[in-house]
Design a protein around this ligand. Structure first.
Ligand code: UDP
Length: 238
């Protein structure tokens, strides 16, 4: 059974970079499989799982536009990158025997289902993991905003943001050994202190919908499950 009634249904947001391992680009299948196992252990607890996966391991809109590409075109390429990542994770999940649906904000019927809210809810009720691909479907947004939007639409109890560090620090803990981790921080403090949790539109949307964001490390094996069970270190935003 889920560890907490508020956590019957949750959103897991991971960046595309979480899938590339040490390669610096693209997809690293053993890493994808490891993440699928992290999700599997939480799925076994009876938690309904939504996922949003970024695309930064393949393409970022801002990067493309900095090189002279039209921003909107580059953003659509970024959204397509998230679909590739979603398919990779779906494949890894299904080889573990977990029924998984990829639903895309940009319809591409031969590849995956289009996003239809009530259908996505139905998948979750049936115990399928739902991966929301193609971000929000709109340029100028990020997958952090997509995760917040879909988590709100799916009535998730919280967004779990898996990162390389075990929470939100007052400064970059990689560069500053004296950095201090927050146990809990308000949305407003994240915005005014310009802490790099999620972009400002995602934080504002989470604040408006009272959706907590839990930042934790995906590098620690079993990390997702222990954080969901209230163990380990993390930061709660909101
Ligand atoms: N993107 C977009 N609209 C969205 C979500 C994503 O245009 O709603 C594009 C944007 O160009 C972004 C890229 O897709 O740079 C990849 O997403 P993101 O940067 O959020 O991936 P992450 O950093 O989480 O890997």
């Amino acid at each position: 059974t889920p560890p907490h009634p508020n956590l019957r249904r949750v959103m897991l947001k991971i960046s595309g970079e979480a899938l590339m391992g040490d390669q610096g680009f693209g997809l690293h299948p053993p890493t994808v499989e490891r993440i699928a196992r992290e999700v599997q252990s939480v799925h076994k607890m009876g938690v309904e799982i939504c996922m949003v996966i970024g695309g930064g391991n393949i393409f970022r809109g801002l990067q493309g536009s900095a090189q002279g590409m039209e921003r909107t075109t580059a953003d659509y390429m970024g959204m397509l990158a998230t679909v590739m990542n979603a398919l990779a994770v779906q494949g890894a999940m299904e080889s573990l025997g977990i029924h998984t649906r990829v639903v895309s904000a940009i319809p591409m019927d031969q590849v995956c289902e289009p996003y239809i809210r009530r259908r996505a809810v139905r998948h979750l009720e049936k115990g399928r993991v739902v991966i929301f691909a193609a971000g929000t479907g709109n340029p100028y947004f990020t997958t952090d905003t997509a995760a917040t939007l879909r988590a709100s639409e799916m009535s998730c109890g919280a967004i779990f943001k898996g990162t390389k560090v075990d929470g939100v620090y007052d400064k970059d803990p990689v560069l500053h050994p004296d950095a201090v981790r927050y146990d809990r921080i308000s949305y407003d403090d994240v915005l005014t202190k310009h802490l790099k949790v999620m972009d400002a539109s995602a934080i504002a949307l989470a604040r408006e919908n009272g959706l907590p964001i839990i930042v934790f490390s995906l590098d620690a094996p079993g990390g997702f499950q222990s954080i969901l069970s209230g163990e380990g270190t993390s930061t709660r935003v909101g």
